[in-house]
Design a protein around this ligand. Structure first.
Ligand SMILES: *Cc1c(COP(=O)(O)O)cnc(C)c1O
Length: 340
């Protein structure tokens, strides 16, 4: 495939480790990496290819391991996409607005222009606007679905229209996909080689502290990302702990509880005097328009509750973004807001 990689990327020789030379075999003495020989559980470098972890993730998602990139959070995958495809000060990317802040932060760090296209009425995906904003230097298109901070997921038909028409890489960030009935773009990957799907263990899977993000892509793209990453980007305890948790701790019960709390809050929040509108959510948070966002935000802080003030974000004037907590935490939120 002819992917729009930066021209110099193909000629980079990646950092190599001597351990790549040993394909199994009976090695019991490791004197190649200047590690400490005293076993304390973390004295050895972790597997830079994360082979066992990729097999566990592949089984879980029904994806071949050569289509999987594992990063130190999705944030690493986001940054690597800029470094892999975008020539600083020359190329640009197109993104929906408002959306996740890391796309513009990473773009700025890499000196890449972001062309933001506002969501349409009721936060609909501006398919034509996104395509019109792209030119010959547009390497990436960023769409987050379900979108942060608006909470809505976009239709698969609209996302596929983008995949069909855009000539660069379409990146669909599915950090909240486990909470959405609209489903994932993963089954479309084989039909759309320039599609990259991002997911994470930080939200529904309850492992934000371990830092593990996933990119699913064409094998050539996944290999190119692995080619330029830090060799030991996912540490040993994280690799082992994620494998252990994926085998023993299904997250379905927690996701189901969050979704049932989402229905409850969708009914109860609009009944509060200070709430003007609760936007429909396909995620584990609500965008809530209130009478005076700064004042309600401060009132919540004074009562020990932190929400996210989105008052100064485009199209989110007057809004707070509120994560769905445990039933008891949500009761507390409702009680405090009721006293505002
Ligand atoms: C929370 C979030 C992520 C997760 O980032 P990690 O680095 O994997 O923790 C990714 N994308 C969006 C849109 C998010 O809201």
């Amino acid at each position: 495939m002819n992917f729009p990689f930066r021209p110099h990327i193909r000629s980079i020789a990646p950092y190599s480790t001597a351990r790549d030379d040993y394909k199994g075999g009976d090695i019991s003495v490791w004197l190649d990496a200047n590690e400490s020989p005293y076993d304390n559980g973390v004295n050895r470098y972790p597997d830079p290819h994360q082979k066992a972890l990729k097999q566990a993730i592949g089984r879980l998602k029904g994806v071949e391991t050569d289509r999987i990139f594992i990063g130190n959070g999705s944030d690493e995958a986001i940054d690597l996409c800029f470094r892999l495809f975008c020539e600083p000060a020359t190329d640009n990317v197109v993104a929906i607005s408002p959306s996740y802040g890391m796309y513009t932060v990473s773009a700025a760090v890499n000196n890449v222009e972001v062309r933001e296209v506002a969501l349409g009425e009721d936060f609909r995906l501006p398919v034509e606007g996104l395509l019109e904003a792209a030119d010959a230097h547009t390497k990436l298109m960023w769409v987050c679905s379900p979108n942060n901070p608006t909470g809505n997921a976009f239709s698969r038909a609209d996302l596929e229209k983008l995949a069909d028409s855009f000539e660069g890489m379409l990146i669909v960030d599915e950090a909240y996909v486990d909470f959405s009935a609209k489903g994932s773009m993963l089954p479309l990957m084989e039909r759309h080689p320039r599609l990259i799907v991002l997911q994470t263990l930080s939200k529904a899977w309850g492992m934000a502290g371990l830092r593990l993000g996933l990119a699913f892509a064409h094998p050539e793209v996944a290999a190119a990302m692995a080619h330029i990453k830090y060799p030991y980007n996912v540490n040993g305890p994280t690799q082992a702990e994620v494998i252990r948790r994926l085998s023993v701790e299904p997250h379905d019960a927690h996701v189901a509880e969050v979704c049932s709390e989402r229905s409850r809050l969708a009914t109860l929040l609009p009944q509060l005097a200070c709430v003007r509108k609760v936007w429909p959510s396909d995620a584990n948070f609500f965008l809530v328009e209130v009478d005076d966002a700064d004042s309600v935000y401060n009132f919540l802080v004074d009562h020990g509750i932190i929400a996210r003030n989105r008052n100064r974000v485009p199209l989110c004037h007057g809004c707070l973004r509120i994560t769905i907590g445990t039933p008891a935490e949500n009761d507390r939120l409702l009680a405090v807001l009721n006293r505002y």
